[in-house]
Every structure is written in C-alpha cells, then in structure tokens.
Design a protein around this ligand. Structure first.
Ligand code: PMP
Length: 402
C-alpha cells in the first residue's frame, strides 16, 4: 500500500460540503478586508451593497431568474424554513416526500398544518400516484427536493410542478444538492420557491438563498423580527463576505455546469465500476441514471459502514447523511427506499465534485477494496443464512417493486 502517512485525505464528501472554489475564496477574502454595512448610506456601505447586488446578479444568472426574486439567507436550512413557515399561514396542508432533508421535514411538522408524506420507490424516485392522491386533499404547499442528499436521486420537478399547479398547489423545492451540479433554468422550471446553499457548490459555508417567484400568491413572512433587510423578508445585517463568495462561486460555475457534470460523472462511473467489479458485497442504491453525476451510495452487505470508514483513515466519505451522522438511527432515506436496517447500516455515501481527480478516484477504489477485505476478515465470512434481508439484498427488493 503506497505511502499512507504522507498521502492527503481523498475527499469524497461534496454532499456534506464542497471545497471552496478559488474564485469564491478570493472574493470572500477581499470582502472581509473591506469595511461596510450594506445598509449604510456612506461610501463603504454603498460599496458593500454594490458587492451584494453583483453577487445577486451572478446567482440570478446561474438560475435564470430575476435578481429581485432572490432572498439571501444563512443557508438552505433557513431558506427551507422561510418557505415552509410562509406557506403555513396560507395553505391548509403541506405535501413532502419521505426522503426530505430534516430542514424540510421538521419545518413541515413544526408548521402546524396537516403534513402528507409521499413515499418513494425502491430506486428512490417519487411515487407520483401518491402525490396525486395527496393533492386531492385541498390547497397545499408541495415541498419536494430536486436531488436527494444521500442517494443523489433526481425528482421529475417538471411533472411535480405540473400536477401541483393543476391541483392549485404551490411548489417549493429544496434544490440544495442540485444547484451548481446540473443546469437549472427557472424560466422553464416553474417552481414557486426554491432553496439553495453556497457551500454545496464551492461557495463559503453559512450562506444560501431562497428564490421566490415574482407574482406567486404567497407573501414571504420573515422568521425573525428586526430591520427591513432583503425587502422586509429577512432581517439582519447581510453576511457580505459570504454573499460575495456565493456570488463568485455561482459566476465561476455558471459557464461550465455541463462540462463539470460530465467530468464528475465519468469519475463516479469509474469508481463504481471498479469497486463493484472487485467486491461481491457492493450494491448501488438509487436510480442508475436519474441521479446526480457525483453521488455514489453503495451498500456493502455484511460490512458495517462505521467499520469500513474506520478502516479507511485517508478517506472522507459519509455514512448516510452527514447531518445525521453520529445519530444511532439508520438513514431514514434508505429505510424509506425499502432497505432494512442491516443494509442501511452497511451503506456509505461517496460524493464527488469540481476538484475531484482521477488520482483521487484510483486511491479511493484501492482504499474501499482494502477496507472491505479488512472488515470481512475481522468479522469472519458473511453468510447468506445470517440475515434473510441481507441474503435477499437490494436486487431482490427491486424485483418486488412492481
Ligand atoms: N437540504 C439538503 C438537501 C441538504 O443536503 C442540506 C445540507 N446537508 C441542507 C438542506 C441544509 O443546508 P445548509 O447547510 O445550507 O443549512
């Protein structure tokens, strides 16, 4: 095995947070050096306000929307809460999917109106028949994510918007994992509200935005009391360095989303092909094509995820979702897709991104294969009699998914 003590960590955890892009780093550092509250009327204040508006324009260009449809927030968690809490006053019910991030699922539960949860198929895609049924219950906000953080599975947002609008419902989408990774055009995708976060596509942590379509009959109600920032929709001194960094990341990625996606997809496919060829325990979760280019959710049947990660000290990857790491419960996303607890516990998420290299992937393949051999040897040979669920594996589960 190479020279493990000197090799840097292979970072395959872009869905938790992506490394900051050099353009975003430079812009954030420059903004940190400059004094100015974007609300102040003097020169430094006006300069800060101009920098914020430039960032807003860059983000609007990435999304193909109007700058004044964007509200800067502290991240996607706040954007999701802002959308859902605003809707709670206007809608009788909220329709979410069974695999939403807690920033949507828990916000919906706390909102105080009826919550309908739509299930997913074994490949992680939405059960559209259940959505249709939920929509018949009356005026609703539908909040369905664009791409799942654990599996990368993509939802058919065009269809979700069409069905929801036909039923008189508004649509919010948590697009935290999609923005900057695949093209998005809000002139064509007619969602009413959309959340995003800077640190998933190379901006700094702690900054994000809510898109609120002009003309949508849903007033955005601020979550906190304070000043009239962001046109009365999000009070508090603007995080100028964060916003400027987010804008710079948006500008950097805008012209090359397709190109980066193709590079990343090729690396992800190389990783999966090599790992799955070498390890009979490895099975892929999620729809094989309808998923983000950079995500690989793999179940290593019989090999617990925590043991695998411990055996790979030079690998940064996640068990389930990073936001729930440390919790004892297995991933609710994987359970909703029909995996049993054993298989969910034996699942790792590898997520690649803009700075991932072929060398990273080749090292990652080596680490995963070595870890699997190590854990398998430490636990003894796994047998198909130890757990019927493990024996059936996901392929068996898939066959049941008529
Ligand atoms: N939604 C999804 C789908 C996410 O993956 C995350 C980040 N894990 C969030 C929301 C929360 O984003 P933030 O860190 O910006 O609050």
């Amino acid at each position: 095995m190479g020279k493990p003590d000197t090799d840097p960590v292979v970072y395959l955890d872009y869905n938790a947070t992506a490394p900051i892009r050099p353009e975003a780093m430079a812009a954030t550092a420059e903004a940190l050096r400059t004094v100015g509250n974007a609300s102040s009327l003097h020169g430094p204040g006006r300069q800060a306000a101009q920098a914020v508006e430039h960032a807003r324009a860059c983000l609007a260009r990435l999304l193909s929307c109007s700058p004044n449809e964007l509200i800067f927030t502290s991240g996607a968690t706040e954007a999701n809460n802002l959308a859902i809490r605003s809707a709670a006053t206007a809608c009788r019910s909220i329709v979410i999917s069974a695999v939403e991030h807690p920033a949507v699922a828990e916000a919906a539960t706390a909102a105080g109106c009826a919550v309908h949860t739509v299930g997913v198929h074994l490949d992680g895609t939405l059960r559209v028949d259940e959505l249709r049924k939920a929509l018949s219950a009356g005026p609703a906000l539908v909040s369905i994510m664009a791409a799942n953080n654990e599996t990368g599975v993509l939802n058919d947002l065009d269809l979700i918007v069409k069905l929801s609008h036909e039923a008189g419902a508004l649509v919010h989408s948590d697009a935290t994992q999609l923005v900057g990774r695949l093209p998005i055009d809000l002139r064509e995708l007619e969602v009413d509200l959309l959340s995003l976060s800077g640190h998933k596509f190379g901006g700094p942590q702690g900054v994000g935005a809510l898109y609120a379509r002009r003309g949508t009959p849903l007033p955005i109600r601020p979550l906190a009391y304070g000043g009239g920032h962001e046109r009365g929709r999000r009070p508090g001194t603007l995080n100028v360095p964060g916003i400027v960094g987010l804008g710079a990341a948006a500008q950097a990625v805008a012209g090359r989303v397709d190109q980066e996606a193709e590079q990343i997809r090729a690396l992800r496919d190389r990783f999966e092909a090599a790992v799955m060829a070498a390890l009979p325990e490895a099975r892929r979760n999620g729809h094989p094509d309808r998923r983000l280019p950079g995500v690989s959710s793999l179940t290593f049947t019989g090999l617990p995820g925590d043991a695998m990660l411990t055996a790979m000290p030079l690998m940064a990857a996640s068990e389930g979702s990073a936001c729930s790491a440390g919790a004892l419960e297995p991933s609710s996303v994987l359970l909703a897709m029909g995996l049993d607890r054993d298989d969910a516990d034996c699942t790792l998420r590898f997520s690649l991104g803009h700075a991932t290299t072929t060398d990273d992937i080749d090292r990652a393949v080596r680490y995963v294969i070595e870890a699997a051999h190590h854990v398998r040897a430490a636990l003894g040979p796994w047998t198909t009699t130890t757990s019927p669920a493990i024996a059936a594996g996901q392929e068996g589960l898939r066959r049941q998914d008529a």
